[in-house]
Design a protein around this ligand. Structure first.
Ligand code: MSP
Length: 552
């Protein structure tokens, strides 16, 4: 089961519902994935970064109707807005999947056929309270009654009663396999406490789930395939009666699917089965839906928000095990962002326009704040004054200042790389720090998957380098005409910021490119100080007015 994908690095974001415009939550999930993708590209790993939009389902259809459009017209427009937002944000995704794409529909159909022919899906009566906003049925124990109306306890979302013949997936059969997977892979979900939550949830017993909707309730989705060759296998694996105690699931497991076209025309595939399958179809989009040919799967990392963990750590593994496919190696479930202490939501009227913030401060400043200010375990609270503090302190004063001092025209003769003399203990300490930085950060990025800690590690070096300048005082060597000492200090600094120009790229992509451009042969990536690449006498491209982060 624990198959690894060492050759490639394949990372995904959730695919985003197109019933709303992109906001900070979407930006954040995509940012985390972008950062890991860039880190792996830095290591020359063949990397595939997938993002996209989730375009089917009742609430998307409702949004289209509210906007006087057909669902297709509507999803075309909103999906494009997501893509544009991500392009403007300079996220370097390899493919943007849309669940209305043909190859995705083909993969969903194929997965459905595989699951049904193995006897994991059957047709039965399904009754229960449905949360349209989250596109999910809700268990009795999670429902509260307010003035005769039903609401979801956790989210306060209104529920509607559904009673229909649906296709049911035998999720209950997969309890043991999922628990076993977590036992064997204790660090499967990050942060660790989330894995404990999922473990307890699964241990409590899994109910079978509805995986189709009748077209009479919702017709905007992928039709349940017409093939009936799996019908005869139905019932070959019975639901374990000890785990199937859900009142919504009828006990008549021997129900056999009718062969009539009518029966099949009436259902669409449940949006979550449809959406989760994007991780297979998206990675294999050139092969139009043959999931078995997929040579990138399993994904190394699924980046998601904490609210959709159940779908990724319970439903998705069950579908995959049912189809005999390996499970994703890692799931990162991050917390939620609030704005000035308030939950961000359309109904609260505080949907946070990330584009406006980016326009004001630049992509890298916002990215840095989001990555630096919080860990996945916690919810983050976006506060502009805090963002500005970090910007001034860590970007402008620490990084910006360091780069301008290391490239100060007054300390470099004719803008050329100086010849170093003997390196002192102070110089060697910086050189050693820089030469181990990549490996240190790599360990944090690939073992702990912790971006915040990685940034902390880099900033330790930046603080140290600023101290080094204060202590070695290159301006005094200049004043004293000590060209040899001046050359050694400046060579140490230039060599260091050249390396930083690459290591910073996953975290501050635009700033990193500006740092790389100072050096003549920037295409020669070096992650340690290398005198064969940074050669004394080389002309530097120094912009006298270079200010990486103007103080706010
Ligand atoms: N379409 C589903 C995902 C299907 S993946 C196979 C979905 N879409 S969503 O647009 O509602 O949310 C996408 C992601 O944005 C989720 O990971 C969610 O956690 C994240 N966020 C939405 N609002 C958020 C914040 N305010 N803060 C951080 N992330 C939050 O769910």
């Amino acid at each position: 089961m624990a198959q690894t994908n060492d050759k490639h690095f394949y990372i995904t974001t959730p695919i985003y519902y197109v019933n709303a415009l992109p906001h900070i939550g979407h930006f954040y999930s995509t940012l985390i994935a972008d950062c890991f993708a860039r880190w792996n590209r830095l290591k020359d790993k063949t990397t595939f970064f997938l993002t996209g939009t989730d375009e089917h389902g009742q609430k998307v259809k409702e949004a289209a109707i509210n906007n006087n459009m057909t669902p297709q017209e509507y999803v075309d427009i909103i999906s494009e807005k997501f893509r544009d937002c991500f392009v403007r944000a300079n996220f370097k995704f390899d493919h943007f999947i849309r669940t209305t794409h043909d190859y995705h529909v083909a993969t969903v159909t194929r997965l459905w056929d595989t699951l049904t022919s193995s006897g994991y899906i059957y047709l039965d009566k399904y009754r229960g309270w449905y949360n349209v906003s989250d596109e999910t049925f809700v268990n009795e124990s999670d429902i509260t009654d307010i003035d005769g109306s039903k609401f979801c306890k956790a989210t306060n979302k209104a529920l509607v009663w559904h009673e229909e013949d649906n296709y049911i997936f035998k999720l209950s059969l997969f309890q043991k396999s999922i628990l076993k997977h977590m036992d064997q892979n204790p660090n499967w979900i990050i942060p660790a406490f989330r894995q404990k939550e999922v473990y307890a949830f699964v241990k409590d017993g899994l109910h079978d789930i509805s995986v189709s909707r009748q077209m009479s309730t919702c017709d905007w989705g992928i039709p349940v395939p017409k093939k009936n060759n799996w019908c005869n296998n139905h019932g070959s694996r019975r639901v374990d009666s000890t785990t199937s105690n859900d009142s919504r699931v009828s006990t008549s497991n021997n129900f056999c699917v009718s062969n009539s076209d009518d029966q099949h025309k009436r259902h669409i595939v449940y949006v979550w089965l449809d959406a989760l399958t994007n991780y297979l179809s998206g990675s294999n989009y050139k092969n139009s839906g043959y999931i078995c040919n997929n040579n990138i799967w399993p994904a190394n990392v699924h980046v998601i928000g904490k609210d959709i963990l159940k779908f990724h750590a319970v439903y998705w593994p069950a579908f995959l095990i049912g189809a005999n496919l390996p499970l994703p190696e890692k799931i990162i479930a991050h917390g939620w962002w609030t704005k000035d202490g308030e939950k961000i939501s359309k109904s609260m009227g505080n949907v946070f326009d990330i584009d406006k913030e980016v326009e004001k401060y630049g992509n890298d400043a916002i990215k840095f704040y989001l990555l630096r200010d919080t860990s996945y375990s916690l919810d983050g609270d976006y506060r502009e004054e805090r963002m500005v503090d970090r910007y001034n302190g860590e970007l402008s004063n620490t990084l910006g200042n360091l780069v301008s001092r290391a490239t100060a025209p007054a300390l470099l003769n004719n803008y050329v790389v100086p010849t170093p003399g003997n390196f002192t203990e102070d110089d060697c300490s910086i050189i050693n720090d820089i030469n181990t930085l990549f490996n240190d950060v790599d360990k944090i990025m690939t073992t702990d998957y912790d971006i915040q800690l990685s940034i902390n590690r880099i900033w330790q070096t930046l603080f140290k380098m600023n101290l080094y300048i204060n202590n070695t005082k290159p301006w005094e060597s200049r004043k004293n005409n000590d060209n040899e000492r001046l050359g050694t200090i400046m060579y140490t600094l230039l060599g260091s910021i050249r390396v930083l120009g690459y290591i910073l790229e996953p975290f501050l992509p635009e700033t990193a490119v500006r740092i790389q451009s100072i050096f003549p042969n920037k295409s020669m990536k070096t992650l340690v100080i290398d005198q064969t690449v940074l050669v004394p006498g080389q002309k530097l491209n120094i912009d006298k007015n270079l200010v990486l982060f103007r103080k706010l």
